[in-house]
Design a protein around this ligand. Structure first.
Ligand code: PGA
Length: 255
């Protein structure tokens, strides 16, 4: 982290977990534990839990996010949710391009770009996920791949709009597997992303960009990860569903 230059952000990605009632219970449990956080705290919850989460988080320092949005404003896209629907609810953040969307729902770099564009056009803040598969890492193409994913997603995004973007580096092999990237590996790729942003937008934009690490980040390893200069927090899956664990991670980023 480098809090002089950019905010540290801890975001929970609840994935397909928690009914609306369970959402209220978990937010209420998290609230007092993170009330004194010296970092930004976000809970990204399923669409059906957004209203409940917003209500429960009202007046607290917890921001609410969705986990995806469609690229069109409205239309014949059965089962989809547009960015405008999210802003109309009062949602502030949306996760775009999570590897589970890429893996199971046919998400491509092009659709990640389109969804990012739509989210920014609607006034949402975006947590843009990028990351390599194990095979890519073994083939030595991690940096190139992550650069490409980032570049395609951000095509046409202005420097001003970039202020509403957080990038989450999530090595796919580390997600939900208990295998965490080492702090050095995490920092290396987060730094590579920042270098790319410097090339595309200049040093000020790069220095101001929050780059998170995600992938089996937990109460035990959070300290070491966020101590890295280019790791500005985390996108947390499993551990974000346990209030006490999530709070420990928030505390690590509050130092
Ligand atoms: P995990 O998930 O913390 O359970 O590995 C991270 C993520 O998918 O964002």
């Amino acid at each position: 982290m480098n809090k002089q230059l950019r905010p540290a952000v801890i975001a929970g990605n609840w994935k397909m977990n928690k009914t609306p009632a369970e959402t209220v219970a978990l937010i209420n449990e998290i609230k007092p534990l993170v009330a004194n956080a010296d970092c930004k705290v976000i809970c990204a919850v399923p669409f059906t839990g957004l209203t409940a989460a917003l209500e429960a988080a009202k007046g607290s320092n917890i921001a609410v996010g969705a986990e995806n949005c469609h690229w069109a404003k409205s239309g014949a896209f059965t089962g989809e949710i547009s960015a405008d629907f999210l802003t109309a609810l009062g949602v502030e953040y949306v996760i775009i391009g999570h590897s589970e969307r890429r893996q199971y729902f046919g998400e491509t770099d092009k659709t990640v770009h389109d969804r990012t564009r739509a989210a920014l056009d609607s006034g949402l803040k975006v947590i843009l996920c990028v990351g390599e598969q194990l095979e890519d890492r073994e083939n030595g193409i991690t940096t190139e791949l992550v650069r490409l994913q980032t570049k395609i997603a951000l095509k046409g995004v202005s420097a001003d709009e970039l202020k509403s973007v957080i990038i989450a580096y999530e090595p796919v092999w580390a997600i939900g597997t208990g295998k965490t990237a080492t702090a050095e590996q995490a920092n290396e790729v987060c730094k590579a992303i920042r270098n790319l942003i410097a090339e595309l937008y200049g040093a000020d934009s790069a220095n101001g960009l929050t780059v998170q690490y995600g992938g089996s980040m937990n109460a035990k390893n959070a300290d070491e990860l966020v101590a890295q200069p280019d790791v500005d927090g985390g996108l947390i899956g499993g551990a974000s569903l346990v209030a006490a664990d999530f709070a420990v991670i928030v505390k690590a980023a509050s130092k």
